[in-house]
Write a protein that binds this ligand. Sequence first.
Ligand code: F6P
Length: 547
Amino acid sequence: MSDSPQLTRRPEWAALEDHRARWTAHLRELFAADPGRAERYVVHVGDLRIDYSKHLVTDETLALLYELAAATDVFGLRDAMFRGEKINVTERRAVLHTALRAPANAVIEVDGVNVVPQVHAVLDKMSDFANRVRSGEWTGHTGRRIRTVVNIGIGGSDLGPAMAYEALRAYTDRGPAFRFVSNVDGADLHEAVRDLDPAETLFIVASKTFTTVETLTNATSARSWLLAGLGGEEKAVARHFVALSTNASKVAGFGIDPDNMFEFWDWVGGRYSYDSAIGLSLMIAIGPDRFREMLDGFRIVDEHFQRTPARANVPLILGLLGIWYGNFFDAQSHAVLPYSHYLSKFTAYLQQLDMESDGKSVDREGHPVEWQTGPVVWGTPGTNGQHAYYQLLHQGTKLIPADLIGFARPVAELSGELKAQHDLLMANLFAQGQALAFGRTAEEVRAEGVPEEQVPHRTFQGNKPTTTILATELTPSVLGQLIALYEHKVFVQGAIWNIDSFDQWGVELGKVLARRVEPALTEGAEVLGLDPSTAALVAAYRTLKNA
Ligand code: F6P
Protein backbone atom coordinates (compact mmCIF):
# COMPACT_ATOMS: atom_id res chain seq x y z
CA MET A 1 0.00 0.00 0.00
CA SER A 2 2.80 2.41 0.90
CA ASP A 3 4.03 2.47 -2.71
CA SER A 4 0.61 3.36 -4.07
CA PRO A 5 -0.05 6.90 -5.21
CA GLN A 6 -2.02 9.22 -2.96
CA LEU A 7 -5.73 8.71 -3.50
CA THR A 8 -6.40 12.15 -4.94
CA ARG A 9 -3.50 11.84 -7.36
CA ARG A 10 -4.86 8.75 -9.01
CA PRO A 11 -6.16 9.11 -12.57
CA GLU A 12 -9.39 7.37 -11.49
CA TRP A 13 -9.93 10.14 -8.92
CA ALA A 14 -9.27 12.84 -11.49
CA ALA A 15 -11.77 11.18 -13.82
CA LEU A 16 -14.43 11.33 -11.12
CA GLU A 17 -13.60 14.97 -10.42
CA ASP A 18 -14.02 15.74 -14.06
CA HIS A 19 -17.30 13.82 -14.21
CA ARG A 20 -18.56 15.71 -11.16
CA ALA A 21 -17.56 19.06 -12.67
CA ARG A 22 -19.72 18.24 -15.69
CA TRP A 23 -22.61 16.92 -13.59
CA THR A 24 -25.82 18.93 -13.97
CA ALA A 25 -28.54 16.29 -14.23
CA HIS A 26 -31.56 16.29 -11.94
CA LEU A 27 -33.11 12.99 -10.87
CA ARG A 28 -36.24 14.05 -12.76
CA GLU A 29 -34.20 14.21 -15.96
CA LEU A 30 -32.34 10.99 -15.24
CA PHE A 31 -35.59 9.06 -14.84
CA ALA A 32 -37.22 10.78 -17.84
CA ALA A 33 -34.29 9.85 -20.05
CA ASP A 34 -33.91 6.34 -18.66
CA PRO A 35 -36.98 4.92 -16.87
CA GLY A 36 -35.28 1.52 -16.94
CA ARG A 37 -32.95 2.64 -14.16
CA ALA A 38 -35.79 1.84 -11.72
CA GLU A 39 -35.14 -1.84 -12.44
CA ARG A 40 -31.52 -1.70 -13.46
CA TYR A 41 -30.29 -0.04 -10.29
CA VAL A 42 -31.67 -2.68 -7.97
CA VAL A 43 -29.45 -5.31 -6.35
CA HIS A 44 -30.21 -8.16 -3.98
CA VAL A 45 -28.39 -9.81 -1.17
CA GLY A 46 -30.08 -12.51 0.90
CA ASP A 47 -33.55 -11.21 1.73
CA LEU A 48 -32.66 -7.58 1.08
CA ARG A 49 -33.74 -5.70 -2.02
CA ILE A 50 -31.61 -2.59 -2.42
CA ASP A 51 -32.84 0.11 -4.76
CA TYR A 52 -30.25 2.73 -5.60
CA SER A 53 -32.03 4.19 -8.61
CA LYS A 54 -32.69 7.47 -6.78
CA HIS A 55 -29.01 8.36 -6.74
CA LEU A 56 -27.15 11.02 -8.63
CA VAL A 57 -25.42 8.47 -10.81
CA THR A 58 -25.45 7.18 -14.36
CA ASP A 59 -23.83 4.10 -15.84
CA GLU A 60 -20.80 6.29 -16.52
CA THR A 61 -20.58 7.41 -12.87
CA LEU A 62 -20.79 3.83 -11.69
CA ALA A 63 -18.14 2.70 -14.16
CA LEU A 64 -15.78 5.39 -12.87
CA LEU A 65 -16.48 4.44 -9.26
CA TYR A 66 -15.79 0.76 -10.00
CA GLU A 67 -12.50 1.80 -11.56
CA LEU A 68 -11.59 3.63 -8.36
CA ALA A 69 -12.44 0.52 -6.32
CA ALA A 70 -10.25 -1.59 -8.59
CA ALA A 71 -7.37 0.88 -8.49
CA THR A 72 -7.46 1.03 -4.69
CA ASP A 73 -7.66 -2.76 -4.52
CA VAL A 74 -10.68 -2.91 -2.23
CA PHE A 75 -11.13 -6.60 -2.98
CA GLY A 76 -7.47 -7.28 -2.22
CA LEU A 77 -7.85 -5.84 1.28
CA ARG A 78 -11.17 -7.67 1.65
CA ASP A 79 -9.47 -10.98 0.91
CA ALA A 80 -6.68 -10.17 3.34
CA MET A 81 -9.29 -9.47 6.03
CA PHE A 82 -11.14 -12.74 5.44
CA ARG A 83 -7.82 -14.63 5.43
CA GLY A 84 -7.01 -13.32 8.90
CA GLU A 85 -4.12 -11.05 7.94
CA LYS A 86 -3.29 -8.29 10.40
CA ILE A 87 -4.97 -5.48 8.48
CA ASN A 88 -5.53 -3.50 11.68
CA VAL A 89 -2.05 -2.12 11.23
CA THR A 90 -1.80 0.24 14.18
CA GLU A 91 -2.82 -2.44 16.67
CA ARG A 92 -1.17 -5.25 14.65
CA ARG A 93 -4.31 -7.33 14.81
CA ALA A 94 -6.32 -9.51 12.51
CA VAL A 95 -9.87 -8.31 11.77
CA LEU A 96 -12.01 -11.41 11.88
CA HIS A 97 -15.54 -10.62 12.98
CA THR A 98 -16.45 -12.68 9.92
CA ALA A 99 -15.03 -15.76 11.69
CA LEU A 100 -17.75 -15.33 14.35
CA ARG A 101 -20.31 -16.49 11.83
CA ALA A 102 -18.22 -18.94 9.85
CA PRO A 103 -19.52 -22.52 9.56
CA ALA A 104 -18.04 -25.04 11.97
CA ASN A 105 -16.04 -26.74 9.22
CA ALA A 106 -14.33 -23.54 8.03
CA VAL A 107 -10.63 -23.04 8.64
CA ILE A 108 -9.52 -19.49 9.44
CA GLU A 109 -6.09 -19.12 10.95
CA VAL A 110 -4.61 -16.43 13.14
CA ASP A 111 -0.89 -16.97 13.84
CA GLY A 112 -1.21 -20.51 12.53
CA VAL A 113 -4.16 -21.47 14.77
CA ASN A 114 -7.60 -22.24 13.38
CA VAL A 115 -9.96 -19.97 15.35
CA VAL A 116 -13.24 -21.49 14.14
CA PRO A 117 -13.37 -24.33 16.74
CA GLN A 118 -12.92 -21.74 19.53
CA VAL A 119 -15.77 -19.67 18.13
CA HIS A 120 -18.10 -22.67 18.10
CA ALA A 121 -17.02 -23.84 21.54
CA VAL A 122 -17.99 -20.45 22.99
CA LEU A 123 -21.26 -20.45 21.06
CA ASP A 124 -22.04 -23.86 22.57
CA LYS A 125 -21.17 -22.64 26.08
CA MET A 126 -23.36 -19.56 25.57
CA SER A 127 -26.21 -21.72 24.29
CA ASP A 128 -26.03 -23.99 27.30
CA PHE A 129 -26.06 -21.04 29.69
CA ALA A 130 -28.83 -19.21 27.81
CA ASN A 131 -31.01 -22.33 27.88
CA ARG A 132 -30.45 -22.75 31.60
CA VAL A 133 -31.45 -19.15 32.33
CA ARG A 134 -34.44 -19.34 29.99
CA SER A 135 -35.71 -22.60 31.49
CA GLY A 136 -35.23 -21.45 35.08
CA GLU A 137 -32.64 -24.16 35.76
CA TRP A 138 -30.05 -21.43 36.44
CA THR A 139 -31.24 -19.74 39.59
CA GLY A 140 -30.01 -16.94 41.77
CA HIS A 141 -28.19 -17.48 45.06
CA THR A 142 -31.40 -18.03 47.03
CA GLY A 143 -32.78 -20.46 44.46
CA ARG A 144 -35.13 -18.00 42.81
CA ARG A 145 -35.58 -17.82 39.05
CA ILE A 146 -33.85 -15.01 37.12
CA ARG A 147 -36.47 -12.46 36.10
CA THR A 148 -34.26 -9.60 34.89
CA VAL A 149 -31.00 -9.58 33.01
CA VAL A 150 -28.95 -6.37 33.23
CA ASN A 151 -26.17 -5.97 30.67
CA ILE A 152 -23.46 -3.60 31.87
CA GLY A 153 -21.16 -2.41 29.09
CA ILE A 154 -20.48 0.60 26.91
CA GLY A 155 -19.77 1.29 23.23
CA GLY A 156 -19.64 -1.96 21.34
CA SER A 157 -20.31 -3.88 24.55
CA ASP A 158 -23.68 -2.13 24.88
CA LEU A 159 -24.93 -0.71 21.60
CA GLY A 160 -24.97 -4.02 19.72
CA PRO A 161 -26.87 -6.14 22.25
CA ALA A 162 -29.18 -3.24 23.17
CA MET A 163 -29.96 -2.51 19.50
CA ALA A 164 -30.47 -6.16 18.60
CA TYR A 165 -32.64 -6.84 21.66
CA GLU A 166 -34.97 -4.00 20.60
CA ALA A 167 -34.90 -5.16 17.00
CA LEU A 168 -35.82 -8.74 17.87
CA ARG A 169 -38.14 -8.20 20.82
CA ALA A 170 -40.92 -9.94 18.93
CA TYR A 171 -38.71 -13.06 18.79
CA THR A 172 -38.25 -13.24 22.55
CA ASP A 173 -40.51 -15.49 24.59
CA ARG A 174 -41.40 -12.45 26.72
CA GLY A 175 -39.66 -14.19 29.60
CA PRO A 176 -37.06 -12.27 31.61
CA ALA A 177 -36.87 -8.50 31.28
CA PHE A 178 -33.69 -6.97 29.83
CA ARG A 179 -32.03 -3.71 30.76
CA PHE A 180 -28.86 -2.14 29.41
CA VAL A 181 -26.67 0.06 31.58
CA SER A 182 -23.82 1.97 29.98
CA ASN A 183 -23.53 5.50 31.32
CA VAL A 184 -21.16 6.19 34.20
CA ASP A 185 -23.85 8.60 35.40
CA GLY A 186 -25.10 6.75 38.50
CA ALA A 187 -28.64 7.53 37.40
CA ASP A 188 -28.39 4.87 34.70
CA LEU A 189 -27.79 1.98 37.09
CA HIS A 190 -30.12 3.49 39.69
CA GLU A 191 -33.06 3.57 37.29
CA ALA A 192 -32.21 0.12 35.94
CA VAL A 193 -32.25 -1.64 39.32
CA ARG A 194 -34.47 0.48 41.57
CA ASP A 195 -37.53 -1.78 41.15
CA LEU A 196 -35.63 -5.07 40.90
CA ASP A 197 -35.20 -7.87 43.39
CA PRO A 198 -31.49 -8.77 43.62
CA ALA A 199 -32.40 -12.40 44.22
CA GLU A 200 -33.90 -12.52 40.71
CA THR A 201 -31.36 -10.38 38.86
CA LEU A 202 -28.47 -11.51 36.66
CA PHE A 203 -25.75 -9.02 35.72
CA ILE A 204 -23.79 -9.55 32.53
CA VAL A 205 -20.60 -7.50 32.64
CA ALA A 206 -19.58 -6.97 29.03
CA SER A 207 -16.17 -5.52 28.32
CA LYS A 208 -13.66 -6.62 25.74
CA THR A 209 -10.73 -5.20 27.70
CA PHE A 210 -12.27 -5.37 31.19
CA THR A 211 -10.49 -2.09 31.91
CA THR A 212 -13.17 0.37 30.76
CA VAL A 213 -13.79 2.69 33.67
CA GLU A 214 -17.51 3.25 33.04
CA THR A 215 -18.23 -0.47 32.94
CA LEU A 216 -16.06 -1.43 35.90
CA THR A 217 -17.49 1.40 38.00
CA ASN A 218 -21.07 0.35 37.23
CA ALA A 219 -20.23 -3.32 37.77
CA THR A 220 -18.69 -2.53 41.17
CA SER A 221 -21.77 -0.55 42.18
CA ALA A 222 -24.05 -3.33 40.93
CA ARG A 223 -22.08 -5.81 43.02
CA SER A 224 -22.55 -3.64 46.12
CA TRP A 225 -26.28 -3.34 45.38
CA LEU A 226 -26.54 -7.10 45.03
CA LEU A 227 -24.62 -7.88 48.20
CA ALA A 228 -26.57 -5.30 50.19
CA GLY A 229 -29.78 -6.94 49.02
CA LEU A 230 -28.63 -10.50 49.71
CA GLY A 231 -27.19 -10.10 53.18
CA GLY A 232 -23.59 -9.49 52.09
CA GLU A 233 -22.83 -13.09 51.17
CA GLU A 234 -19.85 -12.92 48.79
CA LYS A 235 -20.59 -16.29 47.26
CA ALA A 236 -23.85 -14.87 45.90
CA VAL A 237 -21.78 -13.07 43.26
CA ALA A 238 -21.09 -16.31 41.39
CA ARG A 239 -24.81 -16.87 40.74
CA HIS A 240 -25.56 -13.28 39.75
CA PHE A 241 -22.55 -12.11 37.73
CA VAL A 242 -21.14 -13.38 34.48
CA ALA A 243 -18.54 -11.70 32.28
CA LEU A 244 -18.01 -11.35 28.54
CA SER A 245 -14.42 -10.48 27.79
CA THR A 246 -11.09 -11.21 26.16
CA ASN A 247 -9.29 -10.61 29.45
CA ALA A 248 -9.56 -13.64 31.79
CA SER A 249 -7.14 -12.34 34.42
CA LYS A 250 -8.96 -9.02 34.85
CA VAL A 251 -12.28 -10.86 35.07
CA ALA A 252 -10.89 -13.09 37.84
CA GLY A 253 -9.41 -10.02 39.54
CA PHE A 254 -12.86 -8.46 39.63
CA GLY A 255 -14.16 -11.52 41.47
CA ILE A 256 -16.12 -13.21 38.71
CA ASP A 257 -15.64 -16.96 38.52
CA PRO A 258 -13.68 -17.74 35.28
CA ASP A 259 -16.23 -20.55 34.68
CA ASN A 260 -18.78 -17.77 34.30
CA MET A 261 -16.75 -15.98 31.68
CA PHE A 262 -17.62 -16.16 28.00
CA GLU A 263 -14.59 -15.48 25.92
CA PHE A 264 -13.86 -13.66 22.71
CA TRP A 265 -10.64 -12.54 21.08
CA ASP A 266 -8.56 -9.50 20.22
CA TRP A 267 -9.31 -10.00 16.52
CA VAL A 268 -12.92 -8.96 17.20
CA GLY A 269 -13.27 -5.18 17.37
CA GLY A 270 -15.66 -3.86 20.03
CA ARG A 271 -17.99 -2.33 17.44
CA TYR A 272 -17.98 -5.59 15.48
CA SER A 273 -18.62 -7.81 18.48
CA TYR A 274 -22.30 -8.30 19.18
CA ASP A 275 -22.31 -11.60 17.29
CA SER A 276 -19.60 -12.85 19.69
CA ALA A 277 -20.02 -13.60 23.40
CA ILE A 278 -21.04 -9.94 23.71
CA GLY A 279 -24.42 -11.09 22.37
CA LEU A 280 -25.12 -13.29 25.41
CA SER A 281 -27.98 -11.10 26.67
CA LEU A 282 -29.54 -11.23 23.21
CA MET A 283 -29.13 -15.00 23.10
CA ILE A 284 -30.89 -15.34 26.44
CA ALA A 285 -33.69 -13.14 25.08
CA ILE A 286 -34.27 -14.85 21.72
CA GLY A 287 -32.79 -18.28 22.39
CA PRO A 288 -29.79 -20.00 20.80
CA ASP A 289 -31.62 -21.11 17.64
CA ARG A 290 -32.71 -17.60 16.73
CA PHE A 291 -29.22 -16.33 17.55
CA ARG A 292 -27.76 -18.84 15.11
CA GLU A 293 -30.31 -17.76 12.49
CA MET A 294 -28.99 -14.25 12.96
CA LEU A 295 -25.42 -15.49 12.45
CA ASP A 296 -26.57 -17.23 9.27
CA GLY A 297 -27.86 -13.86 8.08
CA PHE A 298 -24.48 -12.24 8.69
CA ARG A 299 -22.83 -15.07 6.79
CA ILE A 300 -25.07 -14.65 3.74
CA VAL A 301 -23.75 -11.12 3.33
CA ASP A 302 -20.15 -12.11 4.12
CA GLU A 303 -20.25 -14.68 1.34
CA HIS A 304 -21.92 -12.23 -1.02
CA PHE A 305 -19.25 -9.61 -0.30
CA GLN A 306 -16.49 -12.16 -0.88
CA ARG A 307 -17.83 -13.74 -4.04
CA THR A 308 -19.99 -11.28 -5.96
CA PRO A 309 -18.50 -9.31 -8.86
CA ALA A 310 -18.26 -5.58 -8.33
CA ARG A 311 -21.34 -4.57 -10.32
CA ALA A 312 -23.68 -6.62 -8.14
CA ASN A 313 -21.71 -6.39 -4.90
CA VAL A 314 -24.03 -4.55 -2.55
CA PRO A 315 -21.57 -3.40 0.16
CA LEU A 316 -19.22 -2.21 -2.59
CA ILE A 317 -21.98 -0.26 -4.34
CA LEU A 318 -23.20 1.38 -1.12
CA GLY A 319 -19.63 2.24 -0.12
CA LEU A 320 -18.92 3.79 -3.53
CA LEU A 321 -22.09 5.87 -3.40
CA GLY A 322 -20.93 7.24 -0.05
CA ILE A 323 -17.56 8.11 -1.60
CA TRP A 324 -19.29 9.85 -4.50
CA TYR A 325 -21.23 12.18 -2.19
CA GLY A 326 -18.65 12.63 0.57
CA ASN A 327 -15.68 13.25 -1.69
CA PHE A 328 -17.20 14.81 -4.78
CA PHE A 329 -20.36 16.59 -3.55
CA ASP A 330 -19.01 17.68 -0.13
CA ALA A 331 -21.81 15.85 1.69
CA GLN A 332 -20.88 15.89 5.35
CA SER A 333 -23.43 13.50 6.76
CA HIS A 334 -25.47 10.42 6.01
CA ALA A 335 -28.94 9.76 7.41
CA VAL A 336 -30.15 6.26 8.24
CA LEU A 337 -33.94 6.26 8.57
CA PRO A 338 -35.56 2.94 9.46
CA TYR A 339 -39.31 2.67 9.07
CA SER A 340 -39.56 0.18 11.91
CA HIS A 341 -40.14 0.88 15.55
CA TYR A 342 -38.04 -2.16 16.34
CA LEU A 343 -35.03 -0.48 14.73
CA SER A 344 -35.17 2.47 17.12
CA LYS A 345 -31.54 1.92 18.18
CA PHE A 346 -30.25 0.87 14.76
CA THR A 347 -28.80 4.24 13.78
CA ALA A 348 -27.18 4.79 17.17
CA TYR A 349 -25.49 1.43 16.69
CA LEU A 350 -24.34 2.41 13.20
CA GLN A 351 -22.90 5.65 14.55
CA GLN A 352 -20.26 3.73 16.45
CA LEU A 353 -19.75 1.23 13.64
CA ASP A 354 -19.19 3.90 11.03
CA MET A 355 -17.82 6.92 12.90
CA GLU A 356 -15.42 5.04 15.19
CA SER A 357 -14.20 3.05 12.17
CA ASP A 358 -13.83 5.71 9.50
CA GLY A 359 -13.49 8.90 11.59
CA LYS A 360 -9.75 9.12 10.81
CA SER A 361 -7.49 11.83 9.42
CA VAL A 362 -4.25 9.97 8.79
CA ASP A 363 -3.77 7.14 6.33
CA ARG A 364 -2.56 3.65 7.11
CA GLU A 365 1.04 4.85 6.90
CA GLY A 366 0.39 7.77 9.26
CA HIS A 367 0.32 10.58 6.69
CA PRO A 368 -2.40 13.22 6.95
CA VAL A 369 -5.14 12.51 4.43
CA GLU A 370 -5.97 15.15 1.86
CA TRP A 371 -9.50 13.91 1.33
CA GLN A 372 -12.67 13.69 3.35
CA THR A 373 -13.18 10.47 5.31
CA GLY A 374 -16.16 9.12 7.29
CA PRO A 375 -19.46 11.01 7.37
CA VAL A 376 -21.53 12.04 10.37
CA VAL A 377 -24.11 9.27 10.63
CA TRP A 378 -27.43 10.17 12.17
CA GLY A 379 -31.14 9.47 12.10
CA THR A 380 -34.08 8.01 13.99
CA PRO A 381 -37.08 5.95 12.94
CA GLY A 382 -38.57 7.55 9.86
CA THR A 383 -42.05 8.77 10.69
CA ASN A 384 -40.86 10.44 13.89
CA GLY A 385 -38.09 12.13 11.94
CA GLN A 386 -40.59 13.36 9.37
CA HIS A 387 -42.15 15.56 12.04
CA ALA A 388 -38.81 16.80 13.31
CA TYR A 389 -35.88 17.24 10.94
CA TYR A 390 -37.07 16.11 7.50
CA GLN A 391 -37.85 19.76 6.72
CA LEU A 392 -34.11 20.31 6.43
CA LEU A 393 -33.71 17.23 4.25
CA HIS A 394 -36.35 18.53 1.85
CA GLN A 395 -35.78 22.27 1.77
CA GLY A 396 -32.52 22.95 3.61
CA THR A 397 -29.27 23.89 1.88
CA LYS A 398 -27.37 20.71 2.64
CA LEU A 399 -27.08 17.57 0.60
CA ILE A 400 -27.77 14.63 2.91
CA PRO A 401 -27.93 11.19 1.30
CA ALA A 402 -30.26 8.90 3.22
CA ASP A 403 -31.04 5.22 3.59
CA LEU A 404 -34.74 4.37 3.94
CA ILE A 405 -35.21 0.91 5.44
CA GLY A 406 -38.58 -0.84 5.51
CA PHE A 407 -40.34 -4.19 5.58
CA ALA A 408 -43.21 -5.58 3.54
CA ARG A 409 -44.83 -7.19 6.57
CA PRO A 410 -44.99 -6.18 10.23
CA VAL A 411 -43.84 -8.75 12.76
CA ALA A 412 -46.20 -11.70 13.04
CA GLU A 413 -47.41 -10.69 16.49
CA LEU A 414 -49.26 -7.63 15.19
CA SER A 415 -52.86 -8.20 14.22
CA GLY A 416 -56.06 -6.34 13.43
CA GLU A 417 -55.80 -2.56 13.32
CA LEU A 418 -52.17 -2.54 14.42
CA LYS A 419 -51.25 -4.82 11.54
CA ALA A 420 -53.22 -2.60 9.14
CA GLN A 421 -51.19 0.43 10.24
CA HIS A 422 -48.20 -1.09 8.51
CA ASP A 423 -49.38 0.04 5.05
CA LEU A 424 -49.58 3.61 6.32
CA LEU A 425 -46.07 3.35 7.75
CA MET A 426 -44.70 2.10 4.45
CA ALA A 427 -46.68 4.63 2.43
CA ASN A 428 -44.71 7.24 4.33
CA LEU A 429 -41.40 5.61 3.43
CA PHE A 430 -42.23 5.49 -0.28
CA ALA A 431 -43.63 9.03 -0.25
CA GLN A 432 -40.50 10.43 1.35
CA GLY A 433 -38.20 8.77 -1.16
CA GLN A 434 -40.37 10.15 -3.94
CA ALA A 435 -40.54 13.68 -2.54
CA LEU A 436 -36.83 13.79 -1.84
CA ALA A 437 -35.95 12.66 -5.35
CA PHE A 438 -38.51 14.46 -7.48
CA GLY A 439 -39.60 17.39 -5.31
CA ARG A 440 -42.28 19.71 -6.62
CA THR A 441 -41.53 22.30 -9.25
CA ALA A 442 -42.74 25.90 -9.15
CA GLU A 443 -44.97 25.14 -12.14
CA GLU A 444 -46.59 22.24 -10.32
CA VAL A 445 -47.14 24.44 -7.27
CA ARG A 446 -48.65 27.25 -9.39
CA ALA A 447 -50.91 24.76 -11.16
CA GLU A 448 -52.44 23.98 -7.78
CA GLY A 449 -53.53 27.62 -7.48
CA VAL A 450 -51.00 28.56 -4.82
CA PRO A 451 -50.62 32.39 -4.57
CA GLU A 452 -47.46 33.56 -6.32
CA GLU A 453 -45.77 34.88 -3.15
CA GLN A 454 -46.00 31.43 -1.60
CA VAL A 455 -44.66 29.54 -4.59
CA PRO A 456 -40.96 29.66 -3.57
CA HIS A 457 -41.83 28.43 -0.09
CA ARG A 458 -43.85 25.51 -1.37
CA THR A 459 -41.42 24.48 -4.06
CA PHE A 460 -39.32 21.40 -3.38
CA GLN A 461 -36.06 21.25 -5.26
CA GLY A 462 -35.87 17.45 -5.06
CA ASN A 463 -32.71 15.76 -6.35
CA LYS A 464 -31.94 14.40 -2.87
CA PRO A 465 -30.47 10.90 -3.10
CA THR A 466 -31.82 7.93 -1.19
CA THR A 467 -31.23 4.19 -1.06
CA THR A 468 -34.33 2.12 -0.29
CA ILE A 469 -33.66 -1.15 1.49
CA LEU A 470 -36.66 -3.42 1.55
CA ALA A 471 -37.08 -6.88 3.09
CA THR A 472 -40.09 -9.05 3.72
CA GLU A 473 -39.90 -9.01 7.50
CA LEU A 474 -37.48 -8.08 10.27
CA THR A 475 -36.32 -11.56 11.27
CA PRO A 476 -33.10 -12.50 13.13
CA SER A 477 -31.51 -13.43 9.81
CA VAL A 478 -32.52 -10.14 8.20
CA LEU A 479 -31.06 -8.19 11.11
CA GLY A 480 -27.77 -10.07 10.67
CA GLN A 481 -27.86 -9.31 6.95
CA LEU A 482 -28.43 -5.60 7.56
CA ILE A 483 -25.61 -5.31 10.08
CA ALA A 484 -23.13 -7.23 7.92
CA LEU A 485 -24.10 -5.04 4.97
CA TYR A 486 -23.20 -1.88 6.88
CA GLU A 487 -20.04 -3.47 8.32
CA HIS A 488 -18.76 -4.19 4.85
CA LYS A 489 -19.89 -0.82 3.47
CA VAL A 490 -17.79 0.86 6.17
CA PHE A 491 -14.91 -1.45 5.25
CA VAL A 492 -15.12 -0.51 1.56
CA GLN A 493 -14.95 3.18 2.35
CA GLY A 494 -12.01 2.76 4.73
CA ALA A 495 -10.17 0.71 2.09
CA ILE A 496 -10.61 3.40 -0.54
CA TRP A 497 -9.59 6.17 1.86
CA ASN A 498 -6.58 4.04 2.87
CA ILE A 499 -7.29 4.47 6.58
CA ASP A 500 -7.23 1.92 9.40
CA SER A 501 -10.95 1.35 10.02
CA PHE A 502 -10.25 -0.93 12.97
CA ASP A 503 -8.44 1.18 15.54
CA GLN A 504 -9.93 3.97 17.70
CA TRP A 505 -7.11 6.03 19.11
CA GLY A 506 -9.34 9.10 19.00
CA VAL A 507 -11.24 8.04 22.11
CA GLU A 508 -8.10 7.68 24.23
CA LEU A 509 -7.21 11.31 24.98
CA GLY A 510 -10.54 12.08 26.67
CA LYS A 511 -10.14 8.98 28.85
CA VAL A 512 -6.65 10.02 29.97
CA LEU A 513 -7.70 13.59 30.73
CA ALA A 514 -10.79 12.46 32.66
CA ARG A 515 -8.57 10.35 34.89
CA ARG A 516 -6.41 13.41 35.52
CA VAL A 517 -9.30 15.76 36.27
CA GLU A 518 -11.32 13.42 38.47
CA PRO A 519 -9.24 13.87 41.68
CA ALA A 520 -9.80 17.62 41.41
CA LEU A 521 -13.53 17.02 41.53
CA THR A 522 -13.76 14.28 44.13
CA GLU A 523 -10.95 15.17 46.52
CA GLY A 524 -10.41 18.82 45.69
CA ALA A 525 -6.82 18.01 44.72
CA GLU A 526 -4.87 20.58 42.71
CA VAL A 527 -4.46 19.46 39.14
CA LEU A 528 -1.45 20.90 37.41
CA GLY A 529 -1.37 21.61 33.73
CA LEU A 530 -5.05 22.41 33.17
CA ASP A 531 -5.72 25.01 30.53
CA PRO A 532 -7.32 28.23 31.87
CA SER A 533 -10.79 27.46 30.54
CA THR A 534 -10.94 23.97 32.03
CA ALA A 535 -9.38 25.18 35.30
CA ALA A 536 -12.15 27.80 35.59
CA LEU A 537 -14.82 25.19 34.87
CA VAL A 538 -13.39 22.91 37.56
CA ALA A 539 -13.35 25.79 40.05
CA ALA A 540 -16.97 26.70 39.22
CA TYR A 541 -18.03 23.09 39.58
CA ARG A 542 -16.42 22.82 43.01
CA THR A 543 -18.10 26.00 44.19
CA LEU A 544 -21.53 24.93 42.95
CA LYS A 545 -21.11 21.41 44.28
CA ASN A 546 -20.41 22.62 47.78
CA ALA A 547 -22.84 25.57 47.80
O1 F6P B 1 -14.96 3.86 22.90
C1 F6P B 1 -13.80 3.13 22.84
C2 F6P B 1 -14.05 1.68 23.05
O2 F6P B 1 -12.82 1.04 23.10
C3 F6P B 1 -14.93 1.04 21.97
O3 F6P B 1 -14.24 0.75 20.82
C4 F6P B 1 -15.45 -0.14 22.69
O4 F6P B 1 -16.55 -0.70 22.04
C5 F6P B 1 -15.79 0.49 24.03
O5 F6P B 1 -14.73 1.41 24.26
C6 F6P B 1 -15.90 -0.46 25.17
O6 F6P B 1 -14.71 -1.17 25.39
P1 F6P B 1 -14.69 -2.49 26.25
O7 F6P B 1 -15.59 -3.49 25.62
O8 F6P B 1 -13.26 -2.92 26.28
O9 F6P B 1 -15.19 -2.14 27.64
